[in-house]
Design a protein around this ligand. Structure first.
Ligand code: GPQ
Length: 807
């Protein structure tokens, strides 16, 4: 909805900011000053909205949602807020009169990389929905000084540069000195029996200040404003004045630096547990500050914690914030003197947990001694929880030590965070139907049998306002024209787009829009010296680089096409551009090797003037939210080719689908539901199912048998083995055929290769029929109705958080 703010009003607001913060008038302002003044203007409007919204929440005594996550990949704020507040047009007009282009101002804003990938982006999409649906919600995370590294490719090798986002990003953050709290580490615990019972004291601890910074997120056409509260560590007390006074400045600073290092940098590994002390500190820092904050807010309103679980839902996004369970126990028992049993009941009713992966290397298991040393009181509480839970299990399964051991929190010197989460939560959910089935059948099967109702499934969703309306305004306009604008707040309306399946005019507009988005993206690339042909098919694989996501399988397919063309240069193939965008964790050698492979393949193909007209490979450096906003609307084909059973859901698949790309993928994660939504005619499915993968393992898998028995595979692997572009890829060859266990690559690229290639050829055939292709695209856009984050959030509020539906 358009806001009714006039140009004059807006002018006055911006002028006021320029004068207040810089003491200048419009004609003196540069772009950075103008961007910040626009941001401050938005903040002023959001603060007013927020105050009203707070008042409303307070009066209604509504239950509040607190969403804890170690990462939020927020993306830029200016455009999102202008769009959601209906202010884009008036801003654009006013700025134009002053000779500023709104798009240029958008580009002034850094893209805060406070997350790694899907997990963190999902959290941000959820904040957008919570605000739009007017739920009282706060997200909590860490204000990392350096976000996810900036990626630079030098001769094929990934280099990491620091992401310095605060200079331009700070403007969105509101420092809340009124809400500072303290977090304690180290020291030891003393237990004394007194007349009042057991007294527990945490002594000789180190204390760090946690300072909150609030980032506001507006909803679309709603009264809701969500808050993302980011904590920074501050160490005011540990400055050693005597060292300073005696001239030893270095020593005076050291301790301070040690404490503040907690929020210096985001750990760059995705779907992988590293077990570093600093990461544990980050996790506890986040949850301790957050739980204290939630409790303080609750007490201010209700003056008691007895109704805590009725008014508060705490959600932990994967196990990373799991320590909030013992932390909440600690505060209830030690500070508010609840009995252990009562505290445990309150915690279990308040907390819920989403699992985002079944990869064993991602499951967090902390060494017991590390937790004991860093967090002695929390350790004691976890031991207590473990003992009482094991006693319960003993009653239920007398004598079954093996099962009890498997289900316990602490065992063999390790603290298993996933078990802690299941035990301490009211509900546990997976993020797609298939993933939820897998966690029930495998990693949490013991718990599932014990308490089936605890486990549910909530398929992920995306903020379609950002990923469709804002990043693809042309398509959004077409939808407005065809089905009216209601889909912006109610994505189920997108389904109505199916009525235009036979409408030639709509289909040709759809085609023209895709073309325009491809040209827009090609032009963006051209500014960085990369030339691609917008007439070619854009085949996109954009996601973190991970073995299980199988970028390597995509490369093998491209090599196969390339070799076909080398053999037969006149082969009739539509021109194709393979676009890869992916960051690898800095220490993930085999992932970096795949980047090197892609980069060199790209260069090798470029050498051949005729082949490069037909196929071209581009590795897009430094993939982030902003790049995704340009790239995904330009995709014709969306590559979702993980080994079935490994990708919990995927959300890039949904973003490309809603922009009219067709998926080529395996029956994995949410692809299964995309298949159900669009039907087999409108998606290209290949490869083994999760069940077939399981059976293949049981039968015995050997990559070498595919290599020896399949001519096409043999040819491609041999090409790799011999190397090209002056480089060797021996390590990848060995990875594919031998691997760590002598059976080849554990993600079975070669097993799925042939069916992948066959289905890709079908896809190319289908592309030859543009009218039919557009119909398929239309069905995908309409079918995306069920992949909106709004729908996910409604499921969370109904099934997990127990908050009445507002609409
Ligand atoms: N995911 Cl555990 C991440 O992005 N990082 C992680 O550390 C973990 C999961 C992803 C997961 O791989 C995708 O399949 C999901 O779509 C996404 O979380 C959101 O649920």
């Amino acid at each position: 909805m358009e806001s009714n703010m006039t140009k004059e009003e807006l002018r006055a607001l911006i002028e006021n900011k320029l004068s207040r913060h810089y003491g200048i008038s419009i004609d003196e302002a540069d772009r950075a000053q103008m961007y910040k003044s626009c941001a401050r203007t938005i903040l002023e409007l959001l603060s007013e909205k927020r105050t009203k919204f707070n008042q409303k929440i307070k009066e209604s005594q509504a239950k509040k949602v607190y969403y804890l996550c170690m990462e939020f990949l927020v993306g830029r704020s200016l455009k999102n807020n202008l769009y959601n507040l209906g202010l884009e047009d008036v801003f654009r007009n006013v700025l134009k009169q002053w000779n500023f282009d709104l798009e240029d101002l958008y580009n002034e804003e850094p893209d805060p990389g406070l997350g790694n990938g899907g997990l963190g982006r999902l959290a941000s999409c959820f904040m957008d929905s919570l605000a739009t649906l007017e739920y009282p919600a706060t997200g909590y995370s860490i204000c990392y000084e350096y976000g996810l590294f900036k990626q630079k490719i030098v001769d094929g090798w990934q280099m990491e540069l620091p992401d310095i986002w605060l200079p331009g990003g700070h403007v969105w953050l509101n420092q809340r000195n009124d809400l500072v709290c303290h977090v304690r580490f180290n020291g030891h615990v003393e237990e004394n029996w007194t007349d009042e019972g057991l007294q527990i004291k945490h002594l000789n601890y180190d204390e760090i200040e946690a300072v909150p910074y609030d980032l506001m997120i507006s909803g679309l056409d709603s009264e809701g404003v969500a808050i993302l509260r980011l904590w920074r560590a501050r160490d005011l007390n540990n400055f050693d004045m005597s060292s300073f006074a005696s001239g030893d400045y270095d020593r005076a600073m050291t301790e301070k630096m040690n404490a503040e290092v907690i929020c210096k940098v985001l750990y760059p590994s995705d779907n992988h547990f590293e077990g570093k002390t600093l990461r544990l500190k980050q996790q506890y820092f986040l949850v301790s500050a957050t739980v204290q904050d939630i409790i303080a807010e609750h007490l201010q309103q209700y003056e008691t914690l007895d109704n805590f679980s009725e008014k508060v839902a705490i959600h932990i996004n994967d196990t990373h914030p799991a320590l909030c369970i013992p932390e909440l126990m600690r505060i209830l028992v030690d500070d508010y003197h609840y009995s252990w049993q009562r505290a445990y009941q309150l915690v279990k009713k308040t907390v819920s947990y989403t699992n985002h992966t079944v990869l064993s290397e991602a499951l967090e298991k902390w060494p017991e001694d590390l937790i004991k040393g860093q967090l002695p009181r929390i350790y004691g509480i976890m031991k207590g929880l473990n003992e009482s839970y094991c006693q319960e299990l003993w009653k239920r399964y007398p004598g079954d030590w093996e099962k009890i051991e498997r289900m316990s929190i602490i065992s063999h010197g390790q603290v298993r965070m996933a078990n802690l989460c299941v035990i301490g939560s009211s509900h546990v959910n997976g993020v797609s139907k298939l993933h939820s089935e897998i966690i029930q059948k495998h990693i949490f099967s013991d718990y599932y049998r014990l308490d089936t109702k605890k486990f549910i499934s909530v398929t992920n969703g995306i903020a379609h306002r950002r990923w469709l309306c804002q990043s693809n305004p042309l398509l959004s306009q077409l939808l407005d024209d065809c089905i009216g604008p209601d889909y912006k707040k109610d994505a189920s309306q997108l389904g109505k787009f199916r009525n235009f399946y036979e409408n030639k005019e709509v289909l040709s507009r759809l085609q023209a829009i895709k073309q325009a988005n491809k040209i827009r993206f090609s032009n963006q690339l051209q500014q960085n010296g990369i030339v691609i042909d917008p007439q070619s098919i854009f085949v996109v694989q954009a996601k973190r680089l991970h073995e299980y996501k199988r970028q390597l399988l995509n490369v093998l397919k491209i090599i196969s096409l390339y070799l076909d063309l080398k053999d037969e240069p006149n082969l009739s193939l539509p021109p194709q551009t393979f676009l890869f965008a992916a960051k690898a964790a800095p220490g993930y050698y085999s992932a970096k090797e795949v980047i090197r492979l892609i980069w060199n393949l790209s260069n090798e193909i470029e050498k051949d003037a005729t082949i490069r007209e037909k196929i071209r490979v581009v590795f897009l450096e430094n993939y982030d939210v902003t790049m995704a906003e340009g790239l995904l609307p330009a995709a014709d084909v969306s590559e979702q080719i993980s080994l079935a059973g490994k990708e919990a859901s995927g959300t890039g698949n949904m973003k490309m689908m809603i922009n009219g790309a067709l998926t080529i993928g395996t029956m994995d994660g949410a692809n299964v539901e995309i298949y159900e939504a669009v039907g087999k005619e409108n998606i290209f499915i290949f490869g083994m199912t999760a069940e077939e993968v399981e059976n293949k393992w049981k039968e015995g898998y050997a990559a070498s048998s595919y290599y020896h028995n399949n001519e096409k595979i043999h040819r491609v692997v041999e090409y790799l083995r011999h190397g090209f572009n002056g480089e060797s890829f021996e390590s990848i060859y060995r990875y594919l055929l031998v691997g760590d266990y002598g059976i080849g690559d554990p993600y079975m690229c070669l097993a799925d290769f042939e069916s992948y290639l066959d289905v890709y050829k079908e896809l190319l055939e289908a592309y030859h029929a543009p009218f039919r292709w557009s119909q398929k695209a239309l069905i995908n856009i309409a079918g995306a109705e069920r992949f909106a984050a709004d729908r996910s959030i409604q499921e969370y509020t109904n099934k997990i958080w127990n908050i009445p539906t507002l609409v």
